[in-house]
Write a protein that binds this ligand. Sequence first.
Ligand code: HPA
Length: 270
Amino acid sequence: MVRVGIIGGSGLYELLENPRIVRLDTPFGHCDVQLGELAGEEVAFIPRHGTSHRLPPYKVNYKANLYALNMLEVERIIATNAVGSINPALEPGTIVIPHDFIDMTKCRDVTFYDGETTIKVRGREVSGVVHVSMTPYTYCPEIRASIIEAAEHMGLGVRDGGVYVCTEGNRFETPAEIRAFSILGGDIVGMTGCPEASLARELAICYASISVVTNYAAGVSGAVKLTQGEVIEIFSRKIQDISRLIEETIRRIPKRRECPCKDALSEYLK
Ligand code: HPA
């Protein structure tokens, strides 16, 4: 059993020293997972876009990635996401630990429970129509608290809370879209947080995100062109902080789960 899994976003393609790569065949396609040591324990790492950033957000096989971690019996997932800031108070370089999301994606495969496939979660079968709850916590409160505690220990400023808006991409947003998301209550915008977070919930795996603001979203700081180069550059300046934050977080995540995430499927388990 591997307790903790990390899903690395744009800019985070390596995290573990001397990882061994294990190919896992899931009912949704295969997934290459890196296994190695971090913070004194074996952890699993998946670079979301592939090791050389080949996969655009809409092509990421979220279900295979999450199911592969489920096959390893991962209980806790820490994800990293590059984001634009809708809220002008969040300047590029800010690290946000979102507490909620708005899913604005349009054509993604959003559920394991299609009424046909039988899913195995920690040795027990789940099938049929399953509606997991995203309340009382959209993101795992225990992982979020551990990230915030770790950041405090490091003297690293992070923003506790924010609403993550996930767009389909593949283009960046228009200024009108960003204005609309702002009115809806969004703070940050990215293309990869959904359906990843809810797929984790569908497997009763705890999940939280470390979101790194790489740019002001479209129209927030005037009419400037957005580029992926800028996203990668700002993220790469933060890479050491993020890697250490992940390590310090792993040390602090309680070994025993007391959060509601673990009970997400309790009414459906056979
Ligand atoms: N929009 C969507 N996704 C992003 C952005 C953005 O401005 N920046 C980094 N990922």
